[in-house]
Write a protein that binds this ligand. Sequence first.
Ligand code: ZN
Length: 104
Amino acid sequence: MTGACPRCRTGEVLAVLRLPHTWTNAAGRPVRGVGEVLVCARCDADDPVAGPIVTYFAVHGTVRPPHAAALARLLRHWITHARPPRPDEDALRAETESWHRGDL
Ligand SMILES: [Zn+2]
């Protein structure tokens, strides 16, 4: 396992997703970085996207081959919906625009 959650400091981190993202710094220059999104056994138990992953580990304890496909499906769903800790405003705007266009 990857250690304790930086948010609650006691929860077990079950999965870490690293998302490349860009934000504008104080000088107005774009900065490229990597945002880490964690799944915490405590913080994310009630999260609509990460919660099922927490439940999976609570039930199965670890990833076992017969269930790996089910977990992979949960992780893919989570990755699709996860957002970097510092939201990329342009990406959010683009997503909102495509929503209004009916692309989503
Ligand atoms: Zn936590």
